[in-house]
Ligand binder design. Structure first.
Ligand code: 6GU
Length: 251
């Protein structure tokens, strides 16, 4: 997977993508990250990339031409028209299925906006996907681009070790992860759940499944609708809900 990031802050991207699992995947040749400085494509006296919006209003807009030329430099290099993701709070909210879909591409271009946005005309010409990372406003598209690149990277074959990939499977059923414990067996007078020390694998799997269901029902009930849940499990969830209602306000 080759990521190309069109940005006014290339150092932010380079710094953010050189550590941990992503850094290792780049070193191993599974990923590449090219930050393209849009300012390098501002072919005017002062390398200006922004201007006032027609019709008035607050702030400045990124101009169409430097963005377009930066994009063209990528298209020329790779030799085809790639998917171009524009990070904007007006986009579709990012989720795991989008990460899976993006991971199938050979190249992905991310366009990071700043100021009050980008001239609409260049967006119409180059953008294929409008993506938001949630309903709040950030100062620019760099952090969202890195969030999306991180999630996409871990779907690219070879990026995660076999051990790390295991964690993906736990979210595969659409449920939250079960709680986990490591040494010591007792900490601050809290014991590790005895079933986990029993060595009885079927019981451990059953306990973990129950914890995932319970946790999802408590913390993210919206996820239950699309998760893989049996009729028997739905009955269990209804039972818990009755009990939780009777308890009133306690975890
Ligand atoms: Cl993709 N960009 C900006 N600027 N703010 C955001 C966002 C993106 N997603 C949520 N807030």
């Amino acid at each position: 997977m080759n990521f190309h990031v069109l940005t006014l802050f290339p150092e932010m991207i380079r710094q953010g993508m050189n550590t941990s699992i992503i850094g290792r995947a780049i070193a191993g040749g599974y990923l590449s990250v090219q930050a393209v400085n849009i300012r390098d494509y501002a072919f005017n006296k002062h390398q200006k990339v922004d201007d006032y919006p027609y019709g008035g209003g607050a702030g400045m807009l990124m101009q169409a031409e430097p963005v377009y030329l930066a994009y063209e430099s990528v298209e020329k290099k790779i030799g085809y028209k790639p998917r171009v993701v524009y990070l904007t709070p007006q986009g579709k909210v990012f989720h795991q299925e989008m990460a899976r879909s993006f991971a199938k591409e050979q190249d992905l271009v991310f366009l990071c906006g700043h100021y009050e946005g980008i001239d609409e005309r260049v967006l119409e010409e180059i953008v294929t996907d409008y993506v938001s990372i949630g309903d709040y406003v950030l100062t620019g598209g760099e952090l969202p681009a890195m969030v999306v690149m991180d999630a996409v990277s871990r779907m690219v074959p070879g990026v995660l070790s076999n051990q790390e990939s295991g964690e993906t499977e736990s979210f595969a059923g659409g449920l939250l992860e079960y709680p986990q414990y490591s040494r010591p067996e007792e900490w601050h007078e809290k014991k590790v759940p005895p079933v986990l020390l029993s060595g009885h694998h079927a019981n451990i799997e059953a306990w973990r499944r129950e914890q995932s269901l319970m946790r999802t029902a408590r913390r993210r009930p919206d996820l239950l609708k699309t998760a893989d849940i049996t009729n028997k499990e739905w009955n269990q969830i209804r039972q818990w809900r009755k009990e939780w209602k009777a308890e009133t306000g306690k975890e």
